[in-house]
Design a protein around this ligand. Sequence first.
Ligand SMILES: Cc1cc2nc3c(=O)[nH]c(=O)nc-3n(C[C@H](O)[C@H](O)[C@H](O)COP(=O)(O)O)c2cc1C
Length: 363
Amino acid sequence: VAHRQLFQRAENFCQRYNLQIPVVMAPMAGACPPALATAVCQAGGMGACGTLLMNSAAIGDWAAGVRAQTNGAFQLNNWIPDPPPDRNAQHESSVRDYLGLWGPEVDPAAGNKATPNFAAQCEAMLDARPNVISSIMGLYDDDYVGRMKAAGIDWYATVTTVAEARAAVDAGADVVVVQGMEAGGHRGAFNADEAALRLAGLFSLLPAVVDAVDVPVIATGGIGDARGVAAAMILGASAVQLGTALLRSPEAAIPAPWADAIATANPEDTLATRAFSGRLGRSIAGEYAMAASGYTDVTAPEPAPYPVQRNLTAAMRAQAVAEGDINRMQAWAGQSARMAEAKPAANIVSDLWRDAQVLLAGD
Ligand SMILES: Cc1cc2nc3c(=O)[nH]c(=O)nc-3n(C[C@H](O)[C@H](O)[C@H](O)COP(=O)(O)O)c2cc1C
């Protein structure tokens, strides 16, 4: 019976979005070109776009680019803004000096760079009429949720604790995306100050959330092979969401040193750090990340808050990409990085689900 329920959950999820397989591409700001989403859609999964760094026109262009290739379902994702950061000129100056040791001298005005307008991005997401709009780092307000629902768009809320899951469902989330601390990229804790405090792993968090809420749950974080997919389904997920597992595909088109580092990173070779953006995120534990986090350099200043730190590190990060230097690159990666395969994204997702079904069928 449990076995039948598991496949029924997956089936219900797929039917709702006309998918063939219960596999969702993770929204990955800066690493989600239309070609990657298209490939996942063509394999029968759900595509995704992280709009964090995009303006309205780019969001519309992304959706049009995917629709030109497939009529598959996709989600558009955004970060709920944190309260404005507390700025400290003296501290930022010490961070700039420190970054100057790792990369180009940092422009004194770098920390003031404006981020794309959140409200405008939200309008552009609605205008693009995706199947799903997802959130991370918090919840959309009632007005926006109402407009989403009126347009027939489902809301997926990323959560990192049981309390966040309950709050998301109370606010109207149709689905919760449970993000374990294994996840590559930023941790979606609603409160930035508490991101490092409640680092629940997927094996504990997923069944706890499944028991606590009555909406479908998507599992994400460290799902790297068919065993992980099957385990997530047994723990109560209706679908799995893959980030790092897709990053070595040709469609992801990330810098080669980053893809190569993913291929060899054991779970202990990634690090949750504020060193790149000021928000806690999991990356390859390169020399800069280790030093700026205080592990190999006790003199390193605390990173500035998000998004100031992201702006301050921009010059170093750009230089690292230009020079192919993995030790200073912002190389997001989850703890199951090493399982990621260098093959077309469509094959990654369809092979994972095919092999997971074999494991789940038990014969
Ligand atoms: C390069 C990269 C960028 C990401 N950007 C976003 C983002 O913009 N919005 C978001 O909700 N999650 C983002 N994430 C987190 C993913 O949605 C997902 O939680 C994570 O990739 C799952 O863990 P995994 O990488 O081990 O599969 C990002 C992850 C990566 C690896």
